[in-house]
Unconditional design. Structure first.
Length: 159
């Protein structure tokens, strides 16, 4: 969704239907915390309902970013554990976190403690040589125990 689900795309999608939950492009915790917020996470009221998709792997940073996004008016916080890009993997977020379900659970728990809106996770069925059933089960158990309200699964695997 990177480079696609920007404000113009979301406005177009909203014109197609009023019922869909729209998602932002993935925004890193550092960008939310220190970048130009209006440009990076700003949105128009007509886009609602809209979820912000965060990229990160540090629970405290994700909690802070989630608080900022909730204050911006987002309806949901979504943690991206599905992006397979090399650039994202080098930053230790996205699909590589499928290998660290306990860390993802810690991230979700920190965000749940920080905000009142739903916290969700988007993932893949697994990465590399992981057994998809075991990998997905481990991640699902960790995030549900941490308070994740919805797990969105992209039925693909990286690698």
């Amino acid at each position: 969704m990177m480079d696609w689900t920007d404000r113009r795309c979301r406005s177009f999608h909203r014109a197609l239907t009023a019922r869909a939950l729209l998602y932002t492009e993935m925004v890193t915790t550092g960008a939310v915390r220190f970048g130009p917020r209006e440009r990076l996470i700003g949105f128009s009221a007509h886009e609602s309902p809209v979820a912000v998709q965060l990229g990160g792997s540090e629970p405290a940073e994700l909690a802070e970013a989630a608080r900022i996004c909730e204050a911006q008016g987002y309806d949901e916080i979504n943690l991206n554990v599905g992006c397979p890009s090399d650039r994202v993997q080098d930053g230790r977020f996205g699909a590589c976190l499928m290998a660290e379900p306990a860390r993802v659970g810690d991230c979700v728990a920190a965000m749940r403690a920080a905000v009142a809106i739903p916290v969700t996770v988007k993932c893949r069925i697994g990465i590399d040589e992981q057994d998809p059933e075991q990998a997905l089960d481990a991640l699902a158990e960790a995030v549900v125990a941490a308070g994740c309200e919805e797990l969105i699964v992209h039925a693909a695997r990286r690698g």
